[in-house]
Design a protein around this ligand. Sequence first.
Ligand code: SF4
Ligand code: SF4
Length: 440
Amino acid sequence: MSGLTFKGGIHTFEGKDLTKDKKIIDLLPSSPELVYPLSQHIGAPAKPVVSVGDRVLRGQKIAEANGFVSANVYSSVSGTVKAIEDRRNVQGMMTKAIVITNDDFYEEAPPIPVRPIAEMTKEEVVAVIKEAGIIGMGGAGFPTHVKLSPKDPAKIHYVIANCAECEPYLTSDYRRMIEEPEKLVAGLKIILCLFEHAKGILAVEDNKPDCIRILKDLCLDEPRISVKVLKTKYPQGSERQLIYASTGRAINSSMLPADAGCIVNNVDTIVAIYHAVIEGRPLMERIVTVTGDAVRYPQNYRVYTGTSYSDLIEAAGGFKSPPEKIISGGPMMGFAMFDTNVPVTKSSSAVTAFLKDPVSSAPESACINCGRCVDSCPSRLLPSKLADIAEHYDEEKFTALNGLECVECGCCSYICPAKRHLTQEIKMMRQLVLSKRKKK
Ligand code: SF4
Ligand code: SF4
């Protein structure tokens, strides 16, 4: 099967065999304490609506969106609010969080009131998605109700389900597509209700032929939805590359997908939309892959938000021996963790642990001008030059060479025979420039 694609990119070691055939297991938290950061999304942190000592139920709102670009937070267990205090998040930073002691009863709060979808207005559908606290669960964390409220809905021509899951080792979306494909298709149909001129695309990499078959069968009688087969290549699931490969449209760093007539959501987000709009269920759980050669029994779990990463690792049998590297997410786009006693949030997709850290063990050497980083860059940049410029903090040259178009995919670092830390340098400079612009 050969598929649609984009220029550049790399073929990584997939590592998916460790968990791709592992059925999703429901995991109850084993630690008595669950931690819910108020900021699990892009935008303003949510505002607590509970106080220390309050009893809360599973599915009860504990923090409210603080503005349009923000998201509600729900308790995934019943119990008592123990504290509202600073706790470490997965990036290693201290951030305000609500701590709940689990009473192990899992007593449920009433669902969000919903009506049959055919009787709901578009505004009501978006309001339910907002109320459910849904954000982009592929890692971006952008509140979904904002994404589904573009300036001109009539100009949205494609609603794309990002089923690529190109990040090595991750299989949570794959398992969802195998085990609950109906919910994915139903969720996509809900989004299509909001954009009458749009077609739905299920964009799947060609290394998942079973998913392609299942989804094609399910969509036989869905004239507005098609399955598009993409070439297996990293970063095929990156928003810009996905849009280009599946529609031929291009966006840059100053554009939103909606500017090119596209709305993109990942698999878990679309299933969360289904749960919210059809069942009135807020976002309080997600699928997480626990994997890597250091993990004794790699697995996919359905996890309650607020659960400690340590609980996940323990459930997977712990480590065979102490890992040199633990990553939240996958090896390309994830970030290294130094403490696993941090909570799973709405955007946690995986924990990947390696016995050896190939990055730290390979010394960096001088550039040999081989050009491989240029060939691999999906944004068609000059990574070696940009990294040199970043080392000298030359903002003007960095911008002139389109450094802001970097999607921080890691391809250049991965491919570089001199093991230069290209992505890190460019990413740092890019974030510096962007934060300066934001302040202005
Ligand atoms: S420069 Fe940026 S976009 Fe290009 S390969 Fe490197 S990390 Fe990816
Ligand atoms: S891949 Fe590495 S060695 Fe080759 S040109 Fe780029 S920075 Fe230099």
